[in-house]
Design a protein around this ligand. Structure first.
Ligand code: CAA
Length: 295
């Protein structure tokens, strides 16, 4: 199949907005700025906006240290980013990517607000959700044909994949434009998925992560041995429990809930240990402790 190019009359977005500057949002903003795009990152308040800027700055510095980026390009990328606490600063954006916490009500409310704020009727409103129906977010706007999923992978500057998720209402030309943007501007590889919880990757990954949690929960094997088993025995870059810690156990639990809600299959049900760890605030790497501890 030929890779899609921009449909006639469609333009590649130049002014991009990202809502949420956490792990995923900061990574998406970094990738957009590194691709030369004027990028606005909206956060809930000034403290969160400063933290988001710091996250991007640290990641850019890491890229420089690892020889992936020269210092001038890193400084240029940071200069292309505006961090704000005012959602209205997204008014002139041609593409907005939502990357707030995996909470369906919060995301729905945000899409209703974005629909009112973003002025260009041709602007694309995208969600980085892992498992919440894109249709639900589209229906919260008056432009469901311009709403789709752009699902990035953590760490965003490193992993080359983006899932492109069309709802039943997404216009094919919007999907084609988004795919061409992901490929030609961001330099990532796209896979397309229909709008089913988990899309392609998480529908496969999350049951595997949950199986590892169940294995640890039952005392069948220890966390280090489970992880070593998959790293050394199957050449995975990291074991399932360390990966769950990286994603965030709250996020893994939220994705599992959405998958279970959609399919009612026991393999998607979040195990009690995962729920307890979330309740205990042991959220993984970002909290300093999950299945492993982090300095
Ligand atoms: N910008 C550019 N490149 C960077 C970078 C940055 N900010 N930070 C690191 N890199 C590069 C490094 O230079 C290195 O490149 P080379 O291999 O060419 O030298 C590479 O990224 C790996 O970096 P590190 O050496 O720092 O770290 P590592 O080798 O220990 O790998 C890891 C760390 C990338 C996280 C790796 O363990 C990995 O890929 N793990 C699996 C992650 C994964 O599966 N993510 C998907 C999670 S699912 C998800 O996100 C979706 C969801 O909905 C839940």
């Amino acid at each position: 199949m030929n890779a899609p190019s921009y449909p006639a009359g469609a333009r590649s977005p130049q002014r991009v907005g990202v809502v949420g500057g956490g792990q995923m949002g900061a990574g998406i903003a970094e990738v957009c700025a590194r691709a030369g795009l004027d990028t606005v990152v909206a956060e809930a308040d000034a403290t969160a906006a400063r933290a988001a800027r710091e996250r991007v700055a640290v990641s850019l510095e890491r890229a420089v240290q690892r020889g992936k980026l020269d210092r001038i390009s890193a400084e240029d990328a940071l200069a292309r980013l505006l961090f704000t606490e005012d959602l209205d600063d997204l008014a002139d954006r041609q593409l907005v990517i939502e990357a707030v916490t995996e909470n369906a009500d919060a995301k729905t409310e945000l899409f209703t607000a974005l629909d009112k704020i973003v002025e260009d009727p041709e602007a694309i409103l995208a969600t980085n959700t892992s498992a919440i129906p894109v249709m639900r977010l589209g229906m919260a706007t008056r432009r469901a044909d311009h709403v789709l999923g752009l699902h990035f992978f953590n760490p965003v500057p490193v992993l080359p994949l983006v899932e492109i998720v069309s709802s039943l209402h997404t216009a094919p030309r919007v999907t084609d434009t988004a795919e061409a943007f992901v490929r030609d501007v961001l330099g990532k590889t796209a896979v397309r998925s229909q709008d089913r919880a988990g899309f392609v990757v998480n529908a496969l990954l999350v049951p595997y992560l949950l199986s590892a949690v169940r294995m640890a929960e039952s005392g069948y094997a220890g966390a280090a041995d489970i992880d070593n088993g998959m790293v050394l025995g199957c050449a995975h870059p990291m074991g399932p429990l360390r990966l769950a810690d990286l994603i965030g156990l709250d996020t893994v639990a939220a994705i599992a809930e959405s998958l279970y809600d959609e399919f009612r299959e026991p393999l998607y049900a979040p195990p009690p240990l995962l729920r307890r760890m979330v309740q205990a605030g042991l959220l993984g790497r970002k909290a300093g402790r999950g299945f492993h501890t982090y300095a």
